[in-house]
Design a protein around this ligand. Structure first.
Ligand code: SAH
Ligand code: SF4
Ligand code: F3S
Length: 484
């Protein structure tokens, strides 16, 4: 069971993880003249995307990115607070950074992101693990904070903002394939799901100027990228009312999420558009019709249910119930019949009864998820649930319920993948497959990973792949003809 949980954590981590060695070629002179920074990111795609903003801010200050921590003058860790385990991982990494620092006393260690926000000065004073603490809305102050820290002072800026969207900062892309990229379209979250720490660590929701989003997508396309994922904690509540008017309740919404999707889709039919995360209470039929209208908007929706039980959803303060969620699934199936759907599910939330847990399992059957991220509840200090409810499910119950949810998902994923055998999908080639140099992998519109022999194709090509076999994680096939 522990292995299973580790696997899930690891998978989540792997999928969003940055911090693997990056192929940045530096000649010797550059290497000697520049200061170097090393960065690792944990948590969600927003953090990954923020690290690219940080990389941009630092490169303007003459810092170069290094894949090797031992060459770094500045070591940064972009952190996540979503579950206790995520924070433990970060502490472990910080300890090993400090061991390296013992041999390199001038090296600075900085903590960025959500944990920085949550713990504020604790890490500085109590644990002495870091020299810098910078919250998600304070990255523009990094250069000044580094200077402060170089002077021997400990530097902290964890101020949250109602306006900051880093709209004018052109991110330095840290991913390696050069084909897929994230674009942050909004920051923060105004929902108050009772289990969730994000509104505390990321502050109020604010949308980014859509023109800057479209410009970023155009620029990426020109540089050879073929897929963008629009990021926000709740993309369906994207609303642009004009510069400085985001907070104005009376002001008319000039661009909503459906309209933004359309604008990005129109950048080029060869640019795929994905988005994450959709909130069941906010996803509209207008968004679904927009997805259906454009071939390059992917038929895939991540629609976290969290629980299938109305009473549990109420304690979670998700503001929808079981019937509402089912109605949204029905609408997706009606408007986008081939749509892939995935979910996030929490097992063993406060006071969860066996019946409520069964409701989650039956909801999974109803929605026929292709994939789910599954967790057991981890109480986060300061959240509504921590204040209002008891974390009263034993670890055994949490683990058993999670195992049942995971089993169910494996079965659904396998069935869904087996149904794809004999079908042909358009696939964007992303990279060489991990298992064989002779194979490529890429995803179909529904976000399923497909592996196939390389042929004469190259990364970034669109190909039609006929599916020959499947297991619960991947599909395998062969290219039947190149369409572009
Ligand atoms: N904005 C997204 C979720 C972001 S957090 C949404 O609304 O769906 C990613 C996922 O982590 C959540 O969907 C939830 O399933 C899980 N999560 C959040 N807080 C948690 C907690 N305290 N314990 C366990 N899982 C949690
Ligand atoms: Fe957290 Fe809910 Fe906001 Fe998602 S919508 S980030 S779960 S508070
Ligand atoms: Fe974690 Fe913060 Fe994202 S808590 S999941 S990194 S918004």
């Amino acid at each position: 069971m522990n292995e299973l949980l580790d696997y899930i954590e690891q998978k989540k981590h792997d999928e969003t993880r940055q911090g693997e060695p990056l192929n940045i070629a530096l000649n010797e002179t550059e290497f000697k003249n520049n200061k170097h920074f090393y960065i690792e990111s944990y948590g969600c795609a927003m953090n990954f995307s923020d690290s690219e903003i940080v990389a941009s801010i630092l490169s303007k200050q003459g810092y170069s990115l290094t894949p090797n921590i031992f060459d770094a003058d500045l070591v940064l860790i972009n952190t996540c607070s979503i579950r206790e385990k995520a924070e433990q991982t970060v502490r472990q990494r910080l300890r090993s950074f400090n061991e390296i620092k013992e041999q390199k006393p001038g090296m600075l260690i900085g903590m960025l992101g959500c944990m920085a926000e949550r713990l504020k000065s604790n890490l500085l004073e109590e644990e002495k693990l870091v020299d810098l603490v910078v919250g998600p809305d304070a990255y523009r102050s990094l250069p000044a904070l580094i200077q402060e820290a170089e002077g021997g002072d400990r530097a902290v800026n964890v101020l949250l903002s109602r306006e900051e969207t880093y709209a004018d900062i052109s991110p330095v892309r840290l991913d390696k394939n050069g084909i897929t990229a994230f674009i942050s379209i909004m920051r923060g979250c105004d929902n108050m799901c009772s289990f969730c720490v994000v509104p505390f660590t990321r502050g109020r929701e604010r949308s980014r100027n859509p023109e800057t989003i479209v410009e970023e997508a155009k620029d990426l396309f020109e540089k050879g990228y073929r897929e963008v994922t629009l990021l926000g904690q709740n993309v369906d509540s994207f609303k642009w009312k004009g510069e400085g008017k985001n907070d104005d309740k009376q002001a008319e919404v000039l661009v909503n999420f459906a309209q933004l999707l359309e604008k990005v889709a129109l950048v080029n039919p060869l640019l795929r558009v994905r988005f994450s995360t959709s909130h069941p209470k906010d996803i509209t039929d207008e968004v679904l019709h927009t997805i259906a209208k454009y071939n390059n908007i992917c038929s895939y929706i991540h629609l976290p249910v969290q629980s299938g039980s109305s009473s549990c959803l109420e304690r979670m303060n998700r503001t929808y119930d079981r019937d509402w969620y089912k109605n949204r699934v029905d609408a997706i199936r009606r408007i986008i019949p081939d749509c892939g759907i995935s979910s996030d599910i929490i097992a063993g939330f406060c006071e969860e009864t066996e019946e409520e847990h069964q409701d989650t399992l039956s909801m999974m059957d109803y929605a026929q998820y292709d994939y789910s991220y599954m967790f057991f509840y981890s109480e986060r200090p300061g959240t509504l649930a921590a204040r209002k409810y008891k974390d009263d499910m034993s670890l055994d119950i949490k683990k058993r319920r999670l195992a049942e949810i995971v089993d169910k998902q494996y079965q659904l994923s396998l069935e869904s993948n087996l149904r794809d055998i004999g079908k042909t999908y358009e696939v964007l080639i992303e990279k060489i497959s991990k298992k064989s140099e002779e194979e490529y992998c890429g995803r179909n519109s529904q976000n399923k990973m497909i592996i196939f022999p390389k042929g004469n194709y190259k990364i970034g090509d669109y190909v039609q792949v006929y599916i020959e076999s499947a297991n619960k994680a991947t599909l395998k096939g062969r290219v039947v003809n190149e369409i572009i």
